[in-house]
Design a protein around this ligand. Structure first.
Ligand SMILES: Cc1ncc(COP(=O)(O)O)c(C=O)c1O
Length: 458
């Protein structure tokens, strides 16, 4: 057990804070890592140790960890108008600028934008609008929301219900009734002997259709999915997957919500994951890189079909009775707008299209490593799966804690990665250079070798 000085940040943290996604009991003795500052894609802890952050925090620090330019925009906006709301016919220019910009760059024609503070709230709003839409068109029984096992859409009650993370449902009494989960497209782990990606994709679409038929199509309202599954392990869809899934969604007249919270703003090598995979969603949720992670803001884009129904409800009920205090916040929207300008000026998409393939190529070499069974990705997002036996794809016994061991070695080598079970997800800040990709790979190589040495020694 580490002895902490009573007035240290760590000791004060233990006494005062509850951390998300943390073992609260372990935290009492282990305490937190204190991150003090950032520079480009590197962060520094309180001892001055430097770490390359291959996770961009939580997939969001697209421009790295400090920005004079965004700081100035926030400062100026706070001096002019540091807060006002969007309620009851009130607006402000930064919010309108950002809404227009999002509609301009949307991957498919979209009609309007709703603002929130987080990805969870954007998806929560999308789910409410699915119900509202079907009520408006006279099909109030069409309410079931279908997500995917291992899908992740946020932590609010509805968005975690749509998510397929059983560990995040346990003992919260969730998911709510009416939230269903179909198979998820983890081709490497779940393909059958000799099955092609196309055949696997057909099997996934058939499973979705079977679920809809079993539940009754007249009750199935919407499908929600991430173009690339992030918190499910950095899983890129197999060939023809989205084409086949969308055909089923359309066949049963369900709305399609594309959760672009991770994929939006360049991560997959296009502005949107929906462009990379040719998606035609009715609603798009986005957050994270929208403000380079520097302000808590999310947006939900809705198409005309959805907006027309919202209009009808407003005429009927006299009000659109939904909203958040910080929706359209002038500071968060101003910072997000400036972030989009920066992306355009630096040709962020072009940068990802150049560096992304390099990162994929460098990480693909780790498929040769004795611990690694699968490496696949797109743009600047890669999933790497650790296996006990490459030939049979057998997973490590969780009791061996191979993931945490790699994580320990990675940190000892100044590398932050994101572990999801036996998969490592790589999603560095989008500004990463080829030289920094090499740095990341060198640190990863040492971490994997260190882990392999430890496994063999035991
Ligand atoms: C795809 C996806 N959707 C939604 C969310 C939830 O976003 P937030 O944590 O901002 O509520 C996340 C968070 O990682 C995510 O990865």
């Amino acid at each position: 057990m580490t002895i902490l000085a009573p007035n240290s940040v760590q000791a004060r943290d233990i006494a005062s804070v509850v951390h998300p996604q943390t073992n609260l009991a372990t935290h009492l003795t282990q305490g937190p890592a204190v991150i003090e500052r950032g520079e480009g894609i590197y962060i520094f802890d309180d001892s001055g140790e430097r770490f390359l952050d291959a996770a961009a925090g939580l997939w969001c620090a697209s421009l790295g960890y400090a920005s004079e330019r965004l700081a100035k925009v926030a400062y100026e906006q706070m001096r002019r108008l540091g807060y006002y709301h969007f309620y009851r016919h009130t607006t402000n220019e930064p919010g309108v600028d950002l809404a227009e910009a999002l509609l301009r760059i949307a991957p498919v024609p979209m009609s309007k934008v709703l603002f929130q503070c987080s990805g969870s709230e954007a998806n929560d709003t999308a789910i409410k609008l699915v119900w509202y839409y079907h009520a408006a068109i006279g099909k109030p029984e069409k309410r079931k929301i279908i997500g995917r096992r291992m899908g992740y859409h946020g932590s609010t009650s509805a968005s975690i219900s749509a998510s397929g993370k059983s560990d995040m449902h346990a003992d919260f009494g969730l998911p709510f009734p009416g939230f269903l989960h179909t198979e998820y497209p983890h081709f490497y782990r779940h393909h059958e002997e000799g099955e092609t990606e196309e055949q696997f994709a057909s099997r996934m679409a058939d499973a979705l259709e079977a679920l809809i038929l079993a539940e009754g199509p007249e009750t199935c309202a919407a499908f929600i999915g991430e173009p690339v599954m992030g918190a499910g392990g950095g899983l890129t869809p197999p060939r023809s997957y989205w084409e086949k899934m969308q055909a089923v969604i359309r066949k049963y007249d369900m709305l399609f919500i594309a959760d672009e919270v991770i994929c939006g703003f360049g991560r997959t090598g296009n502005m949107w994951g929906s462009q990379t995979y040719d998606l035609q969603p009715d609603m798009i949720s986005c957050a994270k890189a929208l403000s380079a992670g520097m302000q808590p803001i999310s947006a939900l884009l809705v198409n005309n079909r959805v907006f027309e129904a919202m209009l009808d409800e407003s005429r009927k009920l006299g009000n659109f009775a939904h909203g958040f205090t910080y929706a359209g916040h002038p500071v968060t929207t101003a910072v997000a707008m400036e972030t989009l300008r920066i992306y355009e000026e630096m040709d962020m998409i072009g940068h990802v299209q150049r560096v992304g393939p390099y990162m994929q190529q460098v990480l693909a070499r780790f498929a040769e490593h004795p611990l690694v069974g699968d490496v696949r990705g797109v743009g600047l997002l890669t999933g790497m799966e650790l296996v006990a036996d490459k030939a049979t794809r057998a997973a490590f016994d969780p009791a061996r804690k191979v993931g945490p061991t790699v994580d320990r070695h990675a940190r000892a080598n100044g590398l932050i990665t994101r572990f999801i079970g036996d998969r490592i997800a790589f999603s560095p800040p989008l500004i990463i250079t080829e030289a920094e990709v090499d740095d990341m790979a060198a640190r990863l190589g040492r971490a994997l070798d260190g882990t392999w040495g430890e496994i063999r020694a035991n």
